[in-house]
Design a protein around this ligand. Structure first.
Ligand code: GLN
Length: 242
């Protein structure tokens, strides 16, 4: 089987709160099952071959980093749009998630988005910070994580969120009860954590979609997730959800 190619986009700038752990979790969960895997890091100015990507990951970043990376990101706009339109698996977290929309307006300045998802982000008063928990149809367990964002994201009508906030979680904008986006094989979310080590079901969802898209079997051998599941349960119950 040809290796599952995980592409980590701009790891030097978009990598907040351990977001790189998402790539480690994807890699390990493939390796533990004997699925060949490789990780390609694409930095600013690097060319990138999306034709051979199986999972693309974009992490979070402060407004400052988003401003630094925006031109390089737009340099991949057309390729990323066609990769997603072709069913490519993409996970984007927080600052990376905001790039999926039309734009991120931060006061005087505005960052153009990739236009892959019909959504817009505007920086609001104060920041939405805290441990977070949501319910989503891609996981039977609650999805737990940590959010810290000034941007408020509003999905266009008919755009499917990743899930609904539980407890005191803020989610996309602190108002409509929605969190993230889930469109085809694309998942965007405000949840750091990192997300995937804390939520193995989400990691496996992405791996399975990547294998399925290539025509490989997406039946994943079960792993011993007792520790991960217990950590998830403790956090969900601390947040008053279980
Ligand atoms: N800079 C963005 C915001 O504050 C994203 C922050 C993040 O990735 N945690 O909204």
């Amino acid at each position: 089987m040809k290796p599952v190619n995980i592409v980590h986009l701009f790891p030097e700038l978009l990598n907040l709160y351990g977001d790189g752990g998402n790539v480690m979790a994807l890699r390990r969960r493939c390796e533990w099952r004997g699925i060949p895997v490789q990780v390609s890091e694409v930095g600013m100015g690097d060319a990138m071959d999306f034709a051979h990507a199986d999972i693309v990951f974009i992490g979070g970043g402060a407004d400052r980093e988003q401003l630094i990376v925006k031109d390089a990101m737009m340099g991949h706009k057309a390729e990323l749009q066609s990769y997603v339109a072709d069913g490519g698996v993409l996970l984007a977290v927080c600052g990376g998630y905001q790039f999926l929309g039309h734009r991120y307006v931060m006061g005087e300045e505005s960052v153009e988005g990739l236009g892959i998802v019909d959504m817009e982000t505007v920086r609001g008063e104060g920041r939405l910070i805290g441990n977070a928990v949501i319910e989503s149809d891609i996981a039977s367990m609650p999805i737990v994580g940590f959010e810290n964002h000034g941007g408020r994201t509003t999905l266009g009508s008919g755009v499917k969120p990743l899930g609904r906030v539980l407890g005191a979680t803020h989610g996309n904008n602190g108002e409509d009860g929605l969190e993230g986006v889930h469109q085809g094989n694309l998942v965007g979310t405000y949840l750091h954590g990192p997300l995937l080590p804390k939520n193995p079901q989400v990691a496996d969802y992405l791996i399975a979609r990547a294998l399925e898209r290539r025509g490989d079997s997406c039946e994943l051998a079960p792993l011993d997730d007792a520790v991960e599941n217990e950590a998830n349960r403790v956090m969900a119950s601390r947040l008053g959800v279980l």
